[in-house]
Design a protein. Structure first.
Length: 344
C-alpha cells in the first residue's frame, strides 16, 4: 500500500496526495535523481486475474503510458515516464498546480456559453493534434480536464484507458463494446462542454437517460447537438468542431482564472481580457455585446492637456523682466569701468 514517504522505483518519493483520478490517488512526488517535483499515479489494473492475463494487462497499460509519453502539446499534461514497480505500474507526469474541472464546477457553478466555447477550442485543438498523431484520448470528461492556477487548461490521462470513461461521457458505440475512436472523443468533449454550461450531463449520470434539451447553452446549443449525435459517422470531426466553436466566440480569446490564481496585473487594452467564472447561485453571465471592441483606457494624466494657471504665467513674466533689467544694469556698469580705464 502506497503511503507518504514511500519510494517508488528506487527514485520517486511520494510526498502527499493531491487528488483522486478515475483509477486512484494522484500523488505529489519528488524525483530524487533529477531533483524536480512531479505528479504520479498508479495505473489501473484489474484485480483477480489469472497470472498470464495479469501480465498481459500490465503490458497493455505500460504500452499506453509509453504512447502517452510520445505526445506533447501545450494543452496536455506531459508524461515523463511509465514505471513498473513490483505488481504495480506508475505514471510519472509533470506537476501543474491546478484543480479538476469537476471539482471546480461543483464549487463555483456553471460556465457561460462563451467560456465553454473557449474551453472547447483549447481542448479541441489538443485532441485534433492527438488524432493527427494517431492517438485517441478515450476518456475525455470533467475529471480529465485540469484548470491550472495560472489560467491555463490541461488534458490528462491521454490514451490511458484506466477502467474506461465515466458512463455519463461515454460515446454510445463505446458503451456497446466497440473500440474508442476520434469520433468517440468528439462525443465525450461535447458531453463535457454540455455539463460545463448546463450543470448536468446530457444523458444523465448513467449515460442512458433521454437527452435533456439544453437550457442555458445559448449559441453553443447547435454545436453540442452535432457533437452528441448517436452515430459516430455523422458527428463533426474535431477540427470542424474547433472551427464551429471559434465562430461562436468570434475569435475572442478568454482565459480561466481560478480563485487560487495569483492576482493578475493590469493588462493593456490590446491584450485578451480574462472572463470571471460564474458563481453557482447566480444566473449565467449574458454573452458579450456583439461587434464592440475592447474599451481603451488611458491614465487620467493622459486624457486632458492642462494649460498653465494664470498665476504661474504671471510669475514667469516677472522673472523674465528681472533678468532683462539685470543684464542692462550689468552692461552699463561694465561700460563705465572701461571708460575710466581708458581716460586715466
Amino acid at each position: 500500500m502506497s503511503s507518504e514517504g514511500s519510494i517508488v522505483g528506487g527514485r520517486y518519493r511520494l510526498d502527499q496526495p493531491i487528488g483522486r483520478g478515475r483509477a486512484g490517488i494522484v500523488w505529489l512526488a519528488f524525483d530524487t535523481r533529477l531533483l524536480r517535483t512531479v505528479a504520479m499515479k498508479r495505473m489501473y489494473l484489474p484485480v483477480g486475474l489469472p497470472p498470464d492475463r495479469a501480465e498481459q494487462a500490465k503490458a497493455v497499460v505500460i504500452q499506453e503510458g509509453k504512447d502517452a509519453a510520445k505526445f506533447e502539446h501545450a494543452t496536455a499534461i506531459k508524461v515523463y515516464d511509465v514505471l513498473p514497480d513490483g505488481p504495480d505500474v506508475w505514471l510519472v507526469m509533470e506537476y501543474i498546480p491546478s484543480r479538476g474541472m469537476a471539482t471546480f464546477l461543483a464549487e463555483h457553478g456553471r460556465l457561460t456559453p462563451e467560456q465553454a466555447a473557449a474551453l472547447g477550442i483549447m481542448l479541441g485543438r489538443a485532441l485534433a493534434a492527438m488524432h493527427e498523431a494517431g492517438v485517441v484520448h478515450r476518456t475525455v470528461e470533467p475529471g480529465t480536464v485540469l484548470l491550472a492556477d495560472d489560467g491555463g487548461v490541461k488534458l490528462t490521462d491521454i490514451g490511458i484507458t484506466g477502467g474506461g470513461a465515466t458512463p455519463a461521457y461515454r460515446a454510445p458505440e463505446v458503451a456497446r463494446g466497440e473500440p474508442a475512436t476520434s469520433a468517440s472523443d468528439v462525443f465525450s468533449l461535447g458531453a463535457t462542454l454540455y455539463t460545463a454550461v448546463e450543470g448536468v450531463p446530457p444523458f444523465g449520470e448513467d449515460g442512458e437517460s433521454s437527452e435533456r434539451p439544453p437550457q442555458t447553452a445559448g449559441p453553443l446549443a447547435g454545436a453540442l447537438r452535432k457533437m452528441l449525435r448517436a452515430e459516430p459517422d455523422v458527428r463533426p470531426t474535431m477540427a470542424d468542431t474547433v472551427r464551429s466553436l471559434g465562430a461562436i466566440t468570434e475569435g475572442r480569446q478568454t482565459a480561466f482564472i481560478p480563485p487560487t490564481a495569483p492576482a493578475m496585473p493590469t493588462m493593456p487594452a490590446s491584450m485578451p481580457v480574462p472572463m470571471p467564472m460564474q458563481q453557482a447561485p447566480q444566473q449565467p453571465v449574458p454573452p458579450f455585446p456583439q461587434h464592440q471592441p475592447p474599451q481603451q483606457f488611458a491614465p487620467p494624466q493622459q486624457q486632458q492637456q492642462y494649460a498653465p494657471a494664470p498665476a504661474a504665467a504671471k510669475a514667469s513674466d516677472t522673472r523674465k523682466w528681472l533678468i532683462t533689467a539685470g543684464a542692462v544694469v550689468a552692461a552699463i556698469l561694465i561700460g563705465a569701468l572701461f571708460a575710466e580705464l581708458f581716460l586715466i
